[in-house]
Design a protein around this ligand. Structure first.
Ligand code: NOJ
Length: 514
């Protein structure tokens, strides 16, 4: 894709018409500050492919999908994906075209350490990431590197994965290798991506690999040791690497926003709070709160449920005093992934609940109104005001911690004229501006998910999140900018949202305005 193509597309689609921005009063005051970080994000397993190239070892997604080809909607796997193993130079050009100055990527643990352990470092893998990172730096793009975006080395899964406390040390060993190898050119790290989704869906249920279905126990063990591993690595960096490398290191947590199903029912307001504590507070409280440890509501609820279910001990493990101290403050920023909102109410019984499970412990029923647009996956309805709410919830609970939105985006059927994605980014970014300018929330940056269509976990290649289209039928995995790439590039360059970028009648989101 050339610069000329970008300009042409831009001219084709930039429709000046009756002003959409009239709906967004005061917008002219809202420009993204000069030091606001704009970036775009990806993850290794979702784009790289090259699953057995250059000495890479197997991770749990490789192994599981080869054994269970029907796991994904389209029976696909990540063997080739968007082929970024071979096409990373083109990826860098695309990132440059967007005008963003930051790129969030993850390292495939087994490309660097094929067995997971640090006794053998794979030279090809070492060079692969060196080339990408240097390539980015050369064109003025700052990399933000995630150490773990769900692709655990298979040999560790054979030992129980994140339910095994030994993982804390192995993760630290891996991080040490990465800091030693790349700390000279990487100065923003995230340890873990979305421990909640990984543990709840992969260990509690079967939506993600490793599909353990160990609900009620597995997700809490996974949570516990991922948190401890995160804190260990934070302190490793802080003590031994930060003094010479001067970087930042944090964690990325995910959260849907919650709204009371019935706004005039006080119980539904309590239910929203309980939902957020169980899904976000469980991970955030130990790190970002002044008290540390798991949130009181979560601790009491799981202890109580375990007791009445006849367990000798709580299904949620306990931190020692020393661990509570180690976790507290162990993140330089709050990495937030946010996509959608749910209406929340208490419910006594839901026939889909497994017992015991995190859902059953929480006792919450969730739904999304039918008038919230859902152009792609069944879980992702568009409701922009939720973004502002969840940012405010973080401020209310954890104070002025700098927030970096490490992912936000929409999936659809993959069309190049992705009007819905254009609207989604405009409307969600507008809510971010309201959170910053009106609510004085400390949001420092925003990474759009995602650079290009990729392997969307259980959905395979069916749902598309990319700013760039990828032709998965072509061996070349040809990339083409979508309309949303042009729009996002314009926001990044002008530091303003242009609500007239598409015709007002193209947007289906009128009902979602605050
Ligand atoms: C969050 C995950 O980090 C990412 O890997 C995934 O593709 C997006 N959610 C969309 O589901």
């Amino acid at each position: 894709m050339s610069a000329a193509a970008l300009v042409l597309l831009s001219l084709l689609y930039q429709v000046q018409g009756s002003s959409n921005s009239e709906r967004h009063t005061g917008l002219s005051n809202y420009t993204f500050p000069e030091d606001f970080i704009f970036g775009v994000a990806t993850a290794a397993f979702q784009i790289e492919g090259g699953w057995n190239k250059g000495g890479k070892g197997e991770n749990i997604w490789d192994t599981y999908l080869h054994k269970h080809p029907n796991f994904t909607l389209d029976h696909s796997n990540g063997d080739v994906a968007a082929d970024s193993y071979h096409k990373y130079k083109e990826d860098i050009t695309m990132i440059q075209s967007l005008g963003v100055k930051y790129y969030r990527l993850s390292i495939s643990w087994t490309r660097l350490l094929p067995n997971g352990t640090d006794n053998y470092i794979n030279e090809d893998g070492m060079k692969y990431y060196r080339h990408i990172l240097e390539g980015l730096r050369k064109v003025g793009i700052t990399p933000m590197v995630t150490l773990f975006h769900w692709d655990l080395p298979t040999p560790f899964m054979d030992l129980g994965g994140w339910t095994n406390p030994v993982m804390v040390n192995y993760f630290e060993d891996y991080a040490r290798v990465a800091f030693n190898l790349y700390g000279d050119i990487v100065n923003i790290w995230t340890t873990m991506n979305e421990p909640h989704q990984h543990c709840a869906n992969g260990y509690g249920f079967v939506n993600f690999v490793p599909a353990l279905n160990a609900h009620g126990i597995g997700e809490y063990l996974c949570t516990h040791y991922m948190l401890l591993a995160h804190a260990k690595v934070y302190h490793l960096y802080d003590r031994y690497f930060r003094p010479s490398q001067n970087g930042k290191i944090g964690i990325t947590l995910d959260s849907f926003a919650g709204e009371p199903k019935n706004a005039s029912n006080p119980n539904d307001h309590v239910a929203v709070e309980n939902y957020l504590q169980m899904h976000l507070g469980l991970y955030a409280n130990p790190i970002f709160s002044s008290s540390g440890d798991y949130p009181r509501y979560v601790r009491d609820t799981i202890d109580h449920m375990s007791q009445i279910q006849g367990f000798t001990r709580s299904r949620l493990p306990f931190f020692t005093e020393q661990e509570i101290v180690m976790l507290k403050g162990s993140s330089d920023f709050f990495g937030l992934n946010h996509y959608t909102t749910y209406k929340i109410t208490n419910c006594e019984r839901n026939e889909n609940w497994q017992i015991p499970s995190m859902d059953h412990d929480n006792g919450i029923c969730m739904s999304q109104p039918s008038n919230w647009p859902k152009p792609g996956a069944s879980w992702l309805a568009v409701h922009p005001p939720g973004f502002r709410k969840i940012i405010n919830w973080i401020k209310k609970n954890y104070g002025d911690v700098p927030i970096i939105v490490t992912e936000n985006g929409l999936c659809d059927d993959g069309s190049l004229e992705d009007f819905e994605r254009v609207s989604y980014f405009n409307e969600y970014l507008y809510q971010l501006l309201l959170a910053v300018n009106i609510d004085k929330c400390n949001v420092r940056g925003y990474f759009a998910w995602t650079l290009m269509d990729d392997f969307e976990w259980g959905d395979g290649y069916v749902t598309k999140f990319g700013l760039y289209h990828v032709d998965f039928d072509s061996p070349h995995r040809t990339r083409t900018p979508k309309l949303s790439a042009i729009n996002y590039g314009q926001i990044v360059r002008t530091r303003q949202i242009d609500f007239d970028f598409i015709k007002p009648e193209s947007t289906k989101y009128q009902s979602n305005k605050i």
